[in-house]
Design a protein around this ligand. Structure first.
Ligand code: CO
Length: 470
């Protein structure tokens, strides 16, 4: 396959290249490791996973040090993968794929569910452990140097719920990690939890009742508040238990419900406001901040939830392409509740949005980095940097190549949201390989690239870690 669809093919090679060839000049201050996560095996035996989110997690590490780039990739050896390889078939239920089960097997799985630990979405840190994350709250630890799997991290608390987010947010000042979990039951609940830096024990900050939980992939956070955006894609908890469908197929798109935004104060758990907005769907919040008597929240939105099905592997590999990108939408959420207003901030399409987390998480931001799409009917084919205050954009693109999530790396001692580098893994199908791309964040022009000896399937999220090896 010599177009973007090469990015949805299995990569089964695990390699270590201590020195990749480098074209161009790396910034001399750039030192550390980019660790990225994403699916890399899309079938087991003669069974196919259904969805991009379902493939077996693989970690990729790019170690940048003294002007060199090392590369290593390794599957995350989860129970989900190990059992599938041992049985020669899909064993655990994923986001949009269920194992083939007899009626007896289905009944047994209701009483003895084995949630997936295929943590293919993001990476983060819990205490001193580097972990891979997905939407089941089962963080899988790995060695940042060798990428060897170290096993599930057990929290030292009794916070428990079957679903969470792969996008926890870290408070820049405290280092505390904030997340939410969804509990399904006769009375379903959302829980907001905080994990102090250097700890494995979470504290519950807030709990909210909800009748029919909604599918949420991420959330927003300001200095004082957590913003839970409930898109109108809802589930009856009984269906999850009894219908025997893959997880996401139990959710229904009900636009008549509109979007509901719940603003919770972290300090005392109080729900200070509930706002309503038009029906929409999003995977990714960009950032949120307080301004006067409102919260401003930037999100990458779609008109409806059909993007979830559009990211099924059949569809992505078909001749009918999907752009896989949305719009940067800014919500103004009044702190006394009521209707939220919103505007689209840029003409550029956007996904996998990133900001300078350490500087502006929870505070007013100017620049949003992400993947984009030029609009000629292929997958994400450019990187964009959008000035959220003006809507102006800078673009990096190279015909026939397909970049992944751009990660902003601040220059040590630097100032501002564009003083640093932007790292992205770019698929070059014609060359049948991917390369690490290093852009100057201010000019958004290429500084250097380092080709990898194989094509890396499209991944989701990554983090830049100082000092960890590859
Ligand atoms: Co995500």
């Amino acid at each position: 396959m010599s177009d973007y669809r090469r990015g949805f093919e299995t990569l089964d090679r695990e390699i270590h290249e201590p020195r990749l060839p480098i074209e161009g000049d790396l910034p001399d201050w750039l030192s550390g490791t980019l660790i990225r996560n994403g699916p890399a095996q899309f079938e087991v035996g003669d069974q196919d996973y259904n969805h991009w989110f379902d493939g077996h997690a693989m970690l990729h590490a790019f170690r940048i040090e003294d002007g060199t780039v090392g590369y290593r990739n390794r599957f995350l050896e989860t129970n989900s993968r190990q059992e599938a390889l041992a049985e020669g078939e899909i064993v655990r239920s994923e986001f949009a794929t269920d194992p083939c089960r007899s009626l007896f097997g289905r009944v047994m799985s209701v009483f003895n569910p084995k949630p997936t630990d295929n943590a293919s979405i993001n990476v983060a840190q819990i205490d001193d452990a580097h972990v891979a994350l997905t939407e089941t709250p089962i963080p899988v630890a790995f060695d940042p140097e060798t990428l060897e799997t170290a096993g599930v991290v057990e929290y030292e608390d009794d916070v428990d719920a079957p679903m969470s987010t792969a996008h926890p947010l870290v408070e820049p000042d405290t280092g505390r990690t904030i997340t939410y979990l969804t509990e399904f039951g006769r009375q379903s609940k959302y829980h907001i939890a905080g994990l102090p830096a250097g700890s494995r024990s979470r504290t519950l900050l807030a709990t909210l009742d909800v009748d029919r939980p909604r599918y949420m992939h991420s959330f927003g956070m300001t200095e004082q508040y957590v913003v839970l955006t409930e898109w109108p894609i809802v589930v009856d908890p009984l269906d999850l238990l009894l219908r025997g469908e893959p997880f996401i197929e139990n959710f229904e798109w009900e636009p008549g419900l509109g979007t509901r935004v719940r603003i919770l104060r972290k300090e005392d758990g109080e729900e200070v406001a509930t706002c309503t907005a038009e029906a929409a769907f999003a995977f990714h919040h960009v950032n949120a901040f307080e301004r006067g008597d409102a919260v401003v929240c930037d999100v990458v939105t779609y008109p409806d939830a059909s993007i979830i099905d559009a990211l099924s592997l059949d569809r992505l590999r078909s001749d009918e392409p999907t752009p896989g990108t949305g719009r940067l939408r800014r919500y103004r959420l009044p702190l006394d509740g009521g209707s939220a207003s919103s505007t689209v901030r840029s003409d550029e399409r956007l996904e996998l949005p990133r900001i300078h987390d350490a500087a502006v998480r929870g505070r007013p931001h100017q620049f949003v980095y992400g993947v984009g799409e030029r609009g000629d009917g292929t997958f994400t084919d450019q990187l964009v940097k959008i000035d959220a205050t003006t809507g102006d954009a800078q673009v990096w693109r190279e015909a026939g190549t397909y970049p992944g999530e751009p990660v902003f790396v601040p220059r040590p001692g630097g100032a501002g949201e564009e003083d640093g580098a932007v790292l992205s893994v770019v698929l070059d199908p014609a060359a049948d390989r991917s390369f690490l791309l290093v852009l100057d964040a201010a000019s958004f022009e290429e500084r250097a690239r380092a080709p990898v000896p194989h094509a890396i399937p499209f991944g989701f999220h990554g983090q830049f870690v100082d000092g960890a090896g590859a």
